[in-house]
Ligand binder design. Structure first.
Ligand SMILES: NC(=O)c1ccc[n+]([C@@H]2O[C@H](COP(=O)([O-])OP(=O)(O)OC[C@H]3O[C@@H](n4cnc5c(N)ncnc54)[C@H](OP(=O)(O)O)[C@@H]3O)[C@@H](O)[C@H]2O)c1
Length: 273
């Protein structure tokens, strides 16, 4: 029988490509995003449902509708995410909270609703989207990096608790992909022209934008997740990135902190047009 997947953040980017890759392979996919509620949305082969992972009522109605159509999920994929670009000093009220609410607490909430359904049946797979930023910091991505570090730690605890109940957890760590909708990459309100960080911020944003627009193909990531799900034992982590980003993570753990910091700082001062 076809396996059932519930996936958040499926209206755009990596969530959309993952949902399409799984639907193509015959999974029953219930795809959630806020914009699915606003318009008649179609993602080939998926059931598109309105979902805001920050709102309990929205999560409850997503779950009710997904269960009614396909029954309980075999797989939950937590992909919904937002970024806020800002200097740590300049975050304005609500900005860090929003990033944590979507990227971290949104995953926590979805998992807490889905776990009883998986535990009752004695099996299930949970895939949490982290990032390369879950393992290392990048300037002007303080809130985002914190949210991804949080999901890394949380997922490790989750795996330890759930394995005896037949539930497996995988953390996905994408490097830069050509997928991000710019609407989800807000600039902090505190980054005005008078900010003492403005010049460094502008340079870093140019590098970040360049890296994303020259990043990996999001189709490939969807395919890699589908392949991981075919395995008898789900891999604990899946890092999909260009070689230099794999190298950066490796050097982060290997080099003395001050030396690594110099390398990263100079990278984000580079001019990239
Ligand atoms: N793109 C990259 O290079 C990259 C790199 C590393 C990690 N990641 C991670 O991969 C995931 C996808 O990123 P992306 O850049 O491909 O996506 P994206 O194009 O920026 O899209 C974000 C998705 O999240 C959904 N979303 C935002 N707020 C939501 C909320 N409150 N409730 C439900 N859904 C919400 C959006 O849909 P609606 O607006 O319709 O709700 C959209 O489908 C994120 O977790 C991100 O952190 C991406």
């Amino acid at each position: 029988m076809a396996k059932t997947v519930w996936i958040t953040g499926a209206s755009s980017g990596l969530g959309l490509h993952t949902a399409m890759a799984l639907a193509k392979r015959g999974y029953q996919v219930a795809a959630g995003a806020r914009s699915f509620g606003k318009e008649e949305s179609k993602v080939a082969g998926c059931l598109c449902l309105s979902l805001d992972v920050t709102q309990e009522a929205s999560i409850a109605s997503f779950i009710a509708a997904a269960k009614e159509s396909f029954g309980p999920p075999d797989i939950l994929i937590n992909c919904a995410g937002v970024l806020n670009l800002c200097a740590c000093e300049s975050y304005c009220p609500g900005e860090v909270e929003k990033v944590m609410e979507v990227n971290f607490l949104g995953q926590v909430k979805m998992i807490s609703h889905v776990l009883p359904l998986m535990r009752e049946r004695g099996h299930g797979r949970i895939i949490n989207f982290s990032s390369i930023n879950g393992l290392m910091g990048i300037p002007f991505q303080g809130a985002y990096t914190a949210s991804k570090h949080a999901i890394e730690g949380y997922s490790e605890c989750l795996q330890l608790e759930c394995r005896p109940h037949g539930i497996e957890v995988m953390v996905v760590r994408p490097g830069d992909h050509q997928s991000g909708g710019q609407g989800y990459r807000a600039h902090g309100r505190g980054m005005g022209d008078d900010s003492p960080y403005r010049a460094a911020y502008d340079k870093a944003c140019r590098v970040i934008h360049w890296d994303e627009s020259h990043g990996c193909d999001p189709d490939r990531l969807g395919e890699k997740i589908a392949k991981a799900l075919e395995k008898k034992r789900l891999p604990r982590t899946l890092c999909v990135a260009k070689l230099d980003q794999h190298l950066a993570v490796w050097l982060h753990d290997l080099l003395p902190a001050r030396l690594f910091e110099k390398i990263i700082a100079s990278y984000y001062r580079k001019t990239k047009d």
